[in-house]
Write a protein that binds this ligand. Structure first.
Ligand code: HC0
Ligand code: SF4
Length: 577
């Protein structure tokens, strides 16, 4: 690729052709401010805060949308540029409410930070706030259009990364606002509740529905036995809310914080990820080796993916694994097996999950076998962001917490369980156990690297004693269509399907990049979180789900064997078109 040589603030830089001025400036240790731009999304120069001067150009140019060219002389900061930027910020603020103290993004808002950095002290323009109603129709996210700064990130992420097209710009000029297409309620739109819009919104216009109050009330009720589970991807991201590097593995401190918040029992979703593998790998072997059910088998632990497939590819539902997600499996086991073992009345158990995901709030409300224990299996689901707020509001000194252990028997997990949190991880965990189920032998090397990393679609062929298993892994909904269309075409033509087993996660990077994770995720941060997860795997005593002693005990004492009648009753679900 051609290299561009130019100067920025008099400093020579060399970058690949096509690099924007905004990105090139990082080589000179200068961060050009922006509100609308996000590294995940194509530049579209909406806000105008990133303007710079280029020698020979009569007007200032937008650094995000202007590629650096050979010989360019760029100035990123001078009094005139700074004044233009400040004016743009003041104009945005003239249409933005000043209720920062009451805003979910207080102290974490990109506009608030810009206003502080540019020293905005007064409002020279007439305030013109359009009071528009909030949309709280989904169980997952809240849309507050009166806070919208029209940066377009949410529309862009929903359309180009997620290919869902639930959000659009409606109206024109000053009346422009973001809303579901057709101006309907978000819950009636194609929205799949992935929360990527909330993770990319720079202000408080889209945010997770806050369920922490319900959780506090349950903790404070002496009659209630509160149980909590934490998802794989939470442990490598929660630290970001407390100033740790992304990817720092903080499992022990998170257990300790949950105990200090007052939960009566702390379990790990990773345990249930092992359980999911026992059921899903058995299901795969039944279909692949014994012809009992359609191939390819498609994973279903991501509720946004389930919602998407039900809406757009209902004819593919027979290919879905009937295994519930780990979240729902653990909840069902808590209100049956654990309650019986401990002699606790399940009606007195309040089950909470901490997930990197806004869609898990929706999954717990689904009707399809989510009351398998006879009660609501999972009572509340909060995001990593909500847990961080709870820890802060309880005054817990997270940094100085000791590492503690989870409770038993639903707290022991293997390396296979923990890698669920990253794209390709569910498949890699399944591969380790499918290999064992088919051959009776353990894999010599459990790391199955062809399906790791951030490529949008990863394809691989696994050799199991001479039998070839064709695999596909996709993440970000925009990457799914390629995989599904190939399958559909082969099936329509009566040909052998291109894959036998498919993993899909709705969010880029898998759950480490979930819509409920701390703000600011980029590919660099997703990769660091993923590295933390793989470290957890490497350090684990057991690397494969079928080796988990607590899982063996659960089958011996309660479930009998994978795919038993009891396992079907509690651990499997169905889907509706
Ligand atoms: Fe995930 Fe899950 S891996 S969906 O990404 O399967 O949210 O972290 O908890 O349930 O285990 C999210 C993460 C989970 C579930 C698990 C799966
Ligand atoms: Fe689009 Fe996901 Fe936001 Fe729904 S939650 S509007 S699908 S980005």
């Amino acid at each position: 690729m051609k290299t561009i040589t130019a100067t920025i603030n008099g400093i020579q830089v060399e970058v690949p052709e096509g690099t924007s001025i905004l990105d090139a400036a990082k080589q000179t240790q200068v961060k050009i401010p922006t509100l609308c731009h996000h590294p995940d999304l194509p530049a579209w120069g909406a806000c105008g805060i990133c303007v710079v001067k280029v020698a020979g150009s009569p007007k200032m140019l937008r650094a995000c949308a202007t590629p650096l060219e050979d010989g360019m002389e760029v100035i990123t900061h001078d009094p005139e540029i700074v004044q233009v930027r400040k004016t743009v910020i003041e104009l945005i603020l003239s249409t933005h409410p000043d209720d920062c103290l009451y805003c979910p993004r207080n102290q974490n808002c990109e506009l608030q930070r810009l206003a502080a950095e540019f020293g905005v002290r007064e409002q020279p323009y007439e305030k013109n706030i359009v009071d528009l109603p909030k949309d709280s129709s989904t169980p997952s996210i809240v849309l507050d259009p009166s806070k919208c700064v029209k940066c377009g990130r949410c529309v862009n992420v929903c359309q180009s990364m997620q290919n869902v097209w639930a959000l659009e710009f409606l109206g024109r000029g000053d009346g422009t606002r973001i809303a579901p297409a057709g101006d309907i309620a978000l819950n009636d739109s194609p929205c799949i509740k992935c929360g990527q819009c909330s993770a990319h919104c720079p202000v408080g216009a889209i945010y997770e529905k806050d369920d922490t109050r319900k959780v506090w009330e349950a903790i404070m009720d002496p009659e209630i036995h509160t149980v909590v589970q934490i998802a794989p991807a939470v442990r490598v991201a929660i630290g970001e809310a407390f100033g740790y590097e992304p990817g720092t593995l903080l499992t022990g401190k998170t257990y300790a914080a949950l105990r200090r918040l007052g939960f009566d029992a702390i379990f790990d979703t990773n345990f249930a990820a092992d359980l999911t593998i026992m059921e899903e790998a058995s299901e795969f072997v039944e279909r692949f080796a014994h012809g009992k059910g359609p191939i390819p088998l498609i994973t279903t632990c991501c509720p946004s993916w389930v919602d998407y497939l039900e809406k757009y590819y209902p004819e593919m539902i027979p290919h879905f694994s009937s295994a519930k997600s780990p979240q729902m499996m653990l909840a069902a086991m808590v209100k049956t097996y654990y309650a019986q073992k401990k002699g606790i009345d399940p009606s007195k158990i309040f089950m909470v999950s901490v997930m990197p995901c806004t869609s898990k709030k929706y999954e717990i409300e689904r009707d399809e076998n989510m009351y398998s224990s006879g009660y609501k299996d999972q009572d509340a689901s909060i995001t990593t962001r909500e847990l961080a707020r709870m820890i802060k509001s309880a005054g817990i000194d997270f940094h100085n917490l000791p590492d503690e252990e989870a409770d038993q028997p639903l707290g022991i997990y293997t390396g296979a369980g923990t890698i669920f949190g990253v794209t390709g991880g569910v498949m890699e965990a399944a591969v380790r156990t499918v290999y064992y189920f088919i051959t009776g032998k353990e894999m010599e090397k459990v790391e199955y690297t062809p399906i790791r990393g951030l490529d949008g679609v990863k394809e691989a062929t696994l050799d199991i004693d001479g039998t070839q298993v064709r695999i596909a892994v996709a993440h970000s909904i925009s990457n799914v269509q390629y995989v599904l269309d190939r399958v559909k075409q082969a099936l329509q033509e009566g040909k052998e399907p291109p894959y036998h087993f498919i993993e899909v996660m709705a969010c880029r990077g898998g759950c480490v990049g979930g819509g409920g994770q701390p703000y600011g995720a980029t590919d660099e941060i997703r990769a660091k979180r993923a590295a933390g997860i793989y470290t957890d795997d490497e350090r684990s005593v057991y690397r494969c789900s079928h080796q988990n002693p607590a899982i063996k005990q659960l089958y011996e004492e309660f479930l009998e064997k994978p795919l038993s009648e009891k396992a079907h009753k509690y651990l499997h679900t169905h889907y509706t078109a």
